[in-house]
Design a protein around this ligand. Structure first.
Ligand code: MN
Length: 207
């Protein structure tokens, strides 16, 4: 299979109150496109992997041929992570809260106490990620929720991830995701993120 850059479901300027249009454009059209191109290039030399889907490749990183293992980890991870990220963002204000009585609301209370405590822990994970990486809310196999952070383009689906589980929310904390507007103020970017989360999508991913 040849991987292709997915189209955004909203305009570059639709998330302007939290992420500026120029950042969205470069992030999607240049950064994400590069991960897609480099993933396709890496897989060219291994046609036996052509029919595997991306999640299968990522969850078996350590079994991949050594000559493309790092390229698939970085670029396959980059493609999966960004596709996921665009999907859990929304310009629709209807989605901007965790609805009381929802499954997500109950689970946040159960595992973090309050929504405020959850966002505080998520922010701390974002700020303590040194260099580039991601912060995730992960549904563990036994059903609990956990906040974890991964370096570079790693994610919790990968066999190489310290903690494995199903991502239901993720935040890109690479500088390319926020530098034009926020420069060194990663904390402000994390605060602004809460205004554009598509909680309906997160709830759907909870299953
Ligand atoms: Mn990114």
């Amino acid at each position: 299979m040849t991987y292709v850059l997915p189209q955004l479901k909203y305009a570059f300027d639709a998330l302007e109150k939290s992420i500026d249009a120029k950042t969205m454009e470069i992030h999607h059209d240049k950064h994400h496109q590069a991960y897609v191109d480099n993933l396709n290039k890496a897989l060219e030399s291994h046609p036996e992997l052509k029919d595997k889907d991306l999640e299968e490749l990522l969850s078996n990183i350590d079994l991949l041929p050594e000559d493309i293992r790092m390229a698939v980890r970085n670029n396959g991870g980059g493609h999966w992570n960004h596709t996921f990220f665009w999907d859990i963002l929304s310009p629709d204000f209807q989605n901007y809260e965790v609805k009381e009585g929802s499954k997500l609301h109950d689970m946040i209370q159960k595992y973090f106490g309050t929504y405020e405590e959850f966002t505080t822990q998520f922010k701390n994970a974002a700020l303590s990620r040194f260099g580039s990486g991601w912060v995730w809310l992960v549904k563990m196999s036994e059903g609990s929720l956990k906040i974890i952070s991964t370096p570079n383009q790693d994610n919790p689906l990968m066999s190489v991830s310290e903690i494995q589980g199903k991502p239901v929310l993720g935040l890109d904390v690479w500088e390319h995701a926020y530098y034009l507007r926020y420069q060194n103020r990663r904390a402000d970017y994390v605060d602004a993120f809460w205004n554009i989360v598509n909680w309906s999508k997160v709830e759907e991913l909870l299953g």
